[in-house]
Design a protein around this ligand. Structure first.
Ligand code: AKG
Ligand code: FE2
Length: 211
């Protein structure tokens, strides 16, 4: 048994995916109106959820045009629009809990779920803000639940300007919420990992009109 699998079984012993309370959320103010809230291990039984999502979600391998070439998007994707049944009931529960917790500050519920499957360390997402739609000019929130092997989520001021890069390893049921101006004054990425990274799935909850 590899150290990786051993860690999965030690840290995550319950089988049924379950959410804990949200009171452990800790806020880090990034500056320029941006912040992140993080709660490690919000979801227990995350290995079971990972296996379920990996097998049951209709993953799409997309391609993008890059100048004169067509290149593979380096991760698998799925998207559940407003009203669509999510691929596991614990994700409906997570969306409800997050909507209730942030109702005062966000003023609207989380409604959509985007899923990314990073098959190994070669998969990644480049620096970006979630700026398609209202994230481009208004404060909003994007809440991400991660299952499977941890990968680093990096955040930096938009354009890579002055100020340090913030790094949060996310996997095994961890929750991060990016809020305030985070999608337009900061950007985030999941870089390729040189080490032999195991697979990770992230579930991003967003309000209406944010992508
Ligand atoms: O996988 C993650 O945690 C980040 C995904 C992301 O930034 C996105 O899909 O917009
Ligand atoms: Fe993003």
């Amino acid at each position: 048994m590899t150290a990786h699998h051993l860690q999965g079984s030690l840290f995550d012993q319950s089988d049924d995916p379950r959410l804990g309370p949200l009171d452990g959320l800790r806020r880090t103010v990034l500056g320029a109106g941006a912040w992140i809230d993080v709660l490690p291990g919000w979801l227990t039984g995350s290995d079971t959820l990972f296996a379920h999502l990996a097998a049951e979600v209709p993953w799409r391998a997309e391609q993008r045009r890059m100048y004169d070439n067509v290149v593979a998007v380096p991760r698998l994707l799925a998207f559940y629009g407003e009203g669509a049944a999510l691929p596991h009931p614990v994700l409906d529960e997570a969306r409800r809990a997050l909507s209730a917790h942030y109702a005062g500050e966000l003023g609207e519920p989380f409604v959509t779920a985007g899923l990314c499957h990073y098959r190994d360390g070669h998969d990644s997402v480049a620096w970006h803000g979630d700026r398609i739609g209202r994230g481009a000019d208004r404060d909003t929130m994007v809440a991400i639940v991660s299952v499977g092997s941890p990968r680093d989520l990096l955040l930096r001021p938009a354009g890579g300007g002055a100020g340090g890069t913030v790094r949060r390893p996310l996997g095994h049921g961890d929750l991060i919420v990016m809020g305030g101006s985070c999608q337009r004054t900061w950007e985030h990425c999941v870089p390729k990992s040189g080490r032999a990274a195991g697979p990770r799935i992230s579930v991003q909850f967003r309000p209406r009109g944010v992508r």
